[in-house]
Write a protein that binds this ligand. Sequence first.
Ligand code: PA5
Length: 446
Amino acid sequence: MDIRLNVDGTVPFVDEKTGKSLVEKAVAANRSLYEKTGKGSDFLGWVSLPLSVSESDISEIETVSKNLKEISDVVIVTGIGGSYLGAKAVIEALNSSFEAYIDSDSPKIIFAGHHLDEDYLSELLDFIEDKRVACIVISKSGTTTEPAVAFRIIKRHIEQKYGKEGAKERIVAVTDRSHGALRKLSEQEGYKTFVIPDDVGGRFSVLTPVGLLPISVAGIDIRILLKGATDMEKASQVDVPAEENICIQYAVVRNLLYGNGKKIEILASYSPRLHSLTEWWKQLFGESEGKNGKGIFPAGVDFTSDLHSMGQYIQEGERMLFETVVSIEKPREELVIPEDAENLDQLNFLSGRRISEVNRMAELGTMLAHIDGGVPNIRIEIPELNAYILGQLIYFFEKSCGISGYVLGVNPFDQPGVEAYKKNMFALLGKAGYESEGEKLRARLL
Ligand code: PA5
C-alpha cells in the first residue's frame, strides 16, 4: 500500500496493555463489518463497494459525464453532507489551485445546496447568467431542505434558459432507487438518474455515482480512484493480520487516546489541496461516532496557515487534543526560493532550496513541538497526491471509521441527532403538522 501509518508520536501517551485488548476488539469489529453482525448492518454496502461497481455503471457515468462536459461551462452540484463533500474533496485535492481543471475541457464545478445562504444563491445566478449551465442534483432521501431549495432555483434558471426539453439534457439526478421526492420529480420530468444503493449511507457514498459523477465531470479518472479504493479494501480484509492492517491500527490508536482523555482529534495537512478532504473526514467521523454522549470530536486545520491562528492553542491550551497529520512526501510542482541581493528578510540561507523542504521542516518541527507540548501525533504518510492514492485514502478512512465506531460501542451508520434542528426549523417556519411545537419554540425565543 502507498499509505503508511506512523504512530510513533503516540507512544508516550498510550499503554500497551489497553492497546492489546483494543486490537482484539478492532479485529472483531472488522469481522462484523464483513459478516454484518454489528449495529447498522443494513448500511454496509460501502465495505465491498469499490469491488462491486460494475463496468456498465462506470461506463454509464463516463458517458453522462462526457455529455455534461460538452454542453456546459459550469456544472452545479447540488447536495449537502455526504451528497457533496466527497466529490469536493477529491476534485480539490487533484486540481490546480487556480486553473479550472486538470482536464481543460472540463466545466467549472460549483457546489450549491450545502447551506441556506440567500446571497450565495443570488450571486450564483448572476455568475451563471451568461454561461452554459448543467446541474447534478444529489439527495439520497430526496427531501433534504438545503439542496431542494437550491435545486428549485437552479431548475427554474435552466428551464427559463433552455426550456423544459433542454432541461432534460442538462439535469441529472442521483437519488434513491424508488423513494423520495427527487425520484418522483425526476421520473415526472424525464431526467437521467443514477441510483444511490440502499445499503450505502450518505457519508460513505463517495464511491457511488454521488461522488463518481461529479469527479468524472471534473476530468478525474474514476477507474484509477476506484482501483486505489479496491486495493485498500483488499489490504484491510479480515484475513489481514492486525499488525499489517492500518485501518485496524488507526481505529485502535484513536480509541486508546480517547480513553486517555484526548477527546478531540485534529486532522492536519500542510497542503491547502486537502482542505475539503478534511471537511469530508470531519463529517465521516463526526456523524458516525458522535452519539450516545460519546465520540471523539473531529476538528480540522490547514497548516502552516493555522499555526498562525490555532497554533497557540494546540501548543499550550487544554490537553485534550491529539493530531493526525496527512503528510504528502512529494509535491506536484517544483519551485525554489530565489536569492535576494539585499537579504532584508534574512532568508538567503534558503536560496536555491525547494519550498517543499521548508514546508517539510515546518511539519517535522511542529510535530516534535506538539508532542513535547502534550499533543500525541499520528501520521498518515503518502508519497504523493494522485487519484490512486486518494482512492486508498478514502477507503482507509471509511474502513477505520466503521471499525472505530464499533470499538467505541456506537452504531456508526445512523445519524438520529441530525433531525433535531430540522424539526425546530420546520416548526418555526410553520410547516403543517408542527403547529404546537412551533408555538412553544417561538415562546422560548421571545
Ligand atoms: O451521511 C448522511 O447520511 C448525511 O450527511 C447525508 O448525506 C446528508 O444529510 C444529505 O442527505 P440526502 O442525500 O438525503 O439529501
